[in-house]
Design a protein around this ligand. Structure first.
Ligand code: GUN
Ligand code: ZN
Length: 455
């Protein structure tokens, strides 16, 4: 058992409506390992009432710091770290000119391993303790990312990128050695990767068709069949991000009611299916999300950078489907959850109907922690306490230690916060990796990036 004295931020169990943050100025967080060695939260609350219940536990004094749940990134591309900041007129030229050429390099296990190590370091440096990530269409990239995440004992979900048409040959799934065609081979490799990694430590597998335009019908059908055989694996893809992309997807799958419905038609929508972007939806699409239990990975820095549009929070809440925040690096411009939350605020103001919505700081923070954890777990509204992305008793103890004095301006502004919302907004607007003093992973003692000096 171990304990930490600090200011504490966490969220009440979510039962719908506005997410409710909890904050303890002088708090105590007690964690202990379960039978598997996973550190779970035992107790969280105010120092003076809790300390007498744990008189013998050694307490690390972090007074002046804020302990908060580790961030959950619902959509990020590990092979696109080098693609950040590549300008293009829109999604499709950006893919063709920058992203596909970089992703081709991940055929190399050595290139993949170096990039995976940097990527995980960068997530942890920014306070991200769980991620649903894309790899490339090369098994080497998937193995490299899983291996790195396993080494740091992170909760990470990824999978082989399925793409058997409409991309450069070097990036398409390869035919098998014994005459298996590329489509069949990609599905066999996905299944082999599920068996190798899914459920090992804190790792999970995601069936990953890149997006409908780069898969044949046969590949999407096979992916749906695989999803049916493995009901607890994740599914991830992209949808309704960009007008040209939508027109392309509609021309390739004209029999589906909409671009989103294409995925449903192939059995690829359910709980634990996370679709990035979900911008250009109608209410039938929103209802399909709600009815299937699929969720959106809202990726505001990417949507602003690529000029894709604005996620419609009002529409999502009106119809009632789930969503959470994501960086979408390298379309996204930052690994930092603070940059993402701030961009989500900006995007919320726009929406599809002006003047949009002014998202509260508690709602923004929840979308990147407890709310995203529920999406990742596949929980539905009112589905009980989620153990990821929060610090309620029983939750996995992944957390960040924030230093509100990290910069002169942060110190000045947070000292003037008159209430919790003002404090959270100060950090959302002014925060970045400097705010994250330490990232603690549930199974590891201290998940400092490799080679980093303890601060
Ligand atoms: N759609 C298909 N592939 C991608 C990708 O890599 N990034 C983004 N933002 N959209 C996509
Ligand atoms: Zn993406």
């Amino acid at each position: 058992m171990r304990a930490y004295r600090a200011s504490l931020l966490w969220f009440a169990p979510y039962t719908g409506g506005a997410p409710q943050a909890r904050f303890e100025q002088d708090g105590l967080l007690v964690v202990d390992a379960d039978a598997r060695g996973v550190q779970l939260v035992q107790a969280i609350g105010d120092w003076h009432s809790l300390r007498p219940q744990y008189p013998d536990v050694v307490v690390e004094d972090l007074s002046g710091r804020i302990i908060a749940p580790g961030f959950v990134d619902l959509h990020i591309h590990f092979p696109q770290t080098n693609v950040i900041g590549s300008p293009a007129s829109g999604l499709l030229p950006w893919l063709e000119n920058y992203t596909f050429p970089e992703e081709m390099r991940f055929a190399s296990p050595a290139y993949s391993a170096e990039a995976a190590a940097f990527f995980i370091d960068e997530l942890l440096r920014n306070g991200v303790t769980s991620a649903l990530a894309f790899a490339t269409s090369h098994t080497a990239s998937v193995d490299a990312l899983f291996a790195q995440a396993q080494q740091r004992q992170m909760r990470l979900v990824t999978g082989l990128c399925l793409m058997d048409r409409n991309a450069p040959a070097e990036l398409l799934n390869r035919a098998g050695p014994n005459g298996t065609d590329a489509t069949e081979q990609s599905l066999m490799e996905s299944e082999a990767l599920i068996k190798r990694w899914h459920g090992k430590d804190r790792l999970g597998y995601a069936i990953t068709p890149r997006f409908a335009p780069t898969s044949t019908e046969a590949q999407l059908r096979g992916a749906g069949a695989l999803a049916q055989r493995y009901p607890d694996v994740w599914i991830q893809s992209h949808v309704a991000e960009n007008k040209d992309e939508i027109a392309w997807a509609r021309s390739l799958f004209p029999d589906s009611r909409s671009y989103l419905a294409t995925y449903a038609d192939f059995g690829l929508m359910r709980a634990r299916a996370v679709y990035a972007h979900c911008i250009h939806f109608d209410d039938d699409d929103r209802a399909l999300m709600r009815e299937t239990g699929a969720a959106a990975a809202v990726s505001p820095t990417s949507n602003l950078f690529l000029g894709s549009g604005f996620f419609d929070y009002l529409g999502a809440d009106r119809v009632g489907f789930r969503y959470g925040l994501a960086s979408d690096v390298g379309g996204g411009t930052s690994f930092s959850p603070f940059r993402t939350m701030l961009a989500a605020y900006t995007v919320g103001r726009e929406g599809q109907t002006k003047p949009g919505v002014s998202l509260s700081p508690q709602h923004l923070w929840w979308q990147h922690t407890a709310g995203a954890g529920e999406v990742l777990a596949g929980n539905q509204h009112g589905g009980g306490v989620c153990t990821w992305g929060n610090l309620l008793p029983g939750c996995e103890a992944d957390f960040v230690v924030l230093n509100p004095q990290a910069t002169p301006l942060l110190a000045r502004k947070t000292a003037r916060a008159a209430n919790l919302d003002e404090l959270l907004f100060s950090m959302i607007v002014l925060g970045d990796d400097r705010l994250v003093e330490r990232t603690v992973i549930s199974q590891a003692l201290d998940a400092q990036p490799q080679g980093a000096q303890p601060r």
